[in-house]
Design a binder for this molecule. Structure first.
Ligand code: PGA
Length: 237
């Protein structure tokens, strides 16, 4: 399963290095084979000694190799760190940073051309959820406009906006319902994200079609993230 940690704007270079090392050590000791992803802030990118099933990715990038894009980071800079996994479409970038559907599609196309793994995030706000599953799915399908869902390194993360960073987790039945709908058109790995914690990860991983989780807040502590990876190791699915 894919167990991913999105650091957002937490952690420094030193704490990221310590975090990565402790996860690598834990995975070696427990012989864990989970596909672990860690998305630190740009400032903490470095060359880390990962294992074969672990990757360090980025939360954002500008869709260019390099050029006059003040304050942005292009693929030439990411290449220096061997970055091979990117997040696109995260709700905080859609809603707080105002990334448009067109810009998101442009980023997707660029990352696809580069051949990196893309974790593409989709999810509905609270007012749409309150209208029921049909409204939720038509909102989510619109987020696939301009996105090549046949890309072979695509992973889709269902992250209801109302569950991100709020402590409110979607119910297992609701997660399953959305993932099963997504499965009718998508063959890629499907993840869930939104207030995943050590005490609810097991139930979430048991949801049908759930191939892993994208975790923010509760994953920032290395021991907690280790416990989540261990839960995936012992999950009987
Ligand atoms: P959260 O964030 O776990 O803090 O809800 C999830 C995410 O942003 O991917």
């Amino acid at each position: 399963m894919i167990i991913a940690s999105n650091f957002k704007t937490t952690h420094t270079r030193a704490s990221t290095r310590a975090f990565v090392q402790s996860i690598v050590d834990m995975m070696a000791q427990t012989n864990s084979k989970q596909e672990v992803r860690i998305y630190p802030p740009f400032t903490a990118l470095d060359t880390f000694c990962c294992n074969d099933s672990m990757r360090i990715g980025v939360q954002n990038f500008y869709p260019a190799d390099k050029g006059s894009f003040t304050g942005e980071i292009g693929f030439e800079q990411l290449g220096e760190f061997g970055v091979d996994s990117v997040l696109i479409g995260h709700s905080e970038r859609r809603h707080i940073l105002k990334e448009s559907v067109e810009f998101i599609a442009q980023k997707f196309d660029f990352a696809k051309q580069k051949g990196v793994e893309i974790i593409y995030c989709v999810g509905e706000p609270k007012e749409v959820r309150e209208q029921g599953i049909d409204a939720v799915m038509s909102y989510i399908w619109e987020q696939f406009d301009g996105i090549d869902t046949s890309y072979d390194r695509l992973v889709v993360a269902y992250e209801p906006v109302w569950a991100i960073g709020t402590g409110l987790t979607a119910k297992k039945e609701d997660i399953e319902e959305v993932l099963l709908c997504l499965r009718t058109k998508l063959s890629c790995e499907l993840l869930y994200g939104g207030s995943v914690k050590t005490d609810n990860i097991e139930e979430i991983l048991l949801a049908k079609e759930c191939g892993g989780v994208l975790v923010g807040t509760a994953s920032w502590d290395a021991d907690a993230f280790s416990a989540m990876i261990r839960s995936a190791d012992t999950c009987k699915k």
